[in-house]
Design a protein around this ligand. Sequence first.
Ligand code: AAT
Length: 281
Amino acid sequence: MEWFTENWTPNIKFSVRIKEHLHSETTPFQQLEVYDSFELGRFFTLDGIMMANEKDEFIYHEMIVHTPMSINQNIKHVLVIGGGDGGSVRELTKYQTIESIDMVEIDERVVRVCQEYFTITTTGLNDPRVSLKFEDGLAYVKNTQKVYDLIIVDSTDPIGPGEGLFSMEFYTNCKRVLAEDGILINQHESPYFEKESTEMKRAHKKIKSLFPIAEVYQAFIPTYPSGHWLFGFASKKYHPIKDFKKAHITSLGLETKYYNGDVHQGSFALPNYVRNALKEV
Ligand code: AAT
């Protein structure tokens, strides 16, 4: 019997029973594995960490995309940093109002391997509005002259290639390339275990120092450490609750399995220990 095991902390492990080990590759950036499992469907890992699986990927991808999209109805140009499995782009392509989606992924192999094994997330990558760029997101935001209405940082944890995407230099450049009413969303780690919670505080401190509005929201993602995961919402103009128009998102009639107007509002209601940790920074 084969199991995939991820060390959540030095004392806690998360294991998934595997049906088949479908792919194994050392890319120029990281170790990539694809598995098929009995209960989560297919999933892939980078450097031994669960990135996405067929069973719960909808939670992460819906929450990272629909939350900002329901705040500003004029989002036309979107930048996705990372997101190699295509799930965030798939959710973005549900909006006819979006004109262009640039996805900047450092590792072309992640995209190609996902295109082979994960039709569930990669279908949106063929949309004519999508441009794929294989380069470091940090370098991209430093050099681009384009202006974006929305930036989604769908990144790995701040170790290995993802490290630069949690730096002050990166956030400063995101602010530079964002329109005046732009929104920055980032994968914000978890409040529960010490390693992720330290990263969460470091990220929040930097974003808060740059943006007048810097809020944090949560989702329940069973296969990420502790299952309690956070996203950051930053903007020079919009507040994710005060500027939320529930009727608008309901009128779009989007097909979503997790996100809805009530979830949007509830996701910004943080438990006290999370509030306190964020206040500390
Ligand atoms: N939606 C899938 C979830 C991910 S994948 C994150 C992606 O970010 C990977 O494909 C990785 O190759 C890419 N990436 C890492 N560093 C960079 C960089 N510097 N520039 C561009 N892309 C990058 C995230 C899962 C979160 C896991 C939480 N534990």
